[in-house]
Design a protein around this ligand. Sequence first.
Ligand code: ZN
Length: 162
Amino acid sequence: MSTQKRVISFHYTLTDSSGEVIDTSRDQNAPFSYLEGMGQIIPGLERALALLSVGDQRKINVAAADAYGLQDDQLMVKVPREKLPNPGELQAGDQFQASGPNGEMLLFRVVGIEGDEVTLDGNHPLAGVDLVFDIEMTGIREATAEELAHGHVHGPGGHHHH
Ligand code: ZN
């Protein structure tokens, strides 16, 4: 087995288990591309894609625990309105960076406002959601030395900063 990392390209349509579309690459100019082994896509999907060949079409189910994780009740917090930026203009859906229980920076969303008390949710919006990816593998190639040095894919579907 080669230790050379590969660049994998694929089209996808992501739905939840009820079939509601969450995201798709079909409206982009290029398939989505990632560098293997870098944690650039969710682990359950990366493991499944590693087994496919170009041209394969598959439905891949990824349980929440292997996708964006389970809902963590510790990340639902109530805070006084005046502790937040622009307290007079707060709306549900507003987002703030703040440190979570383990000190990591998380994005918190306003999910409820009751008087002077605001409920924030630091869970990923897809936490607790079982995902279904409808996949078409479009490309597999070895990563270039420059891509390995940068840790990301260059060209269509990747970064364009050069
Ligand atoms: Zn680069």
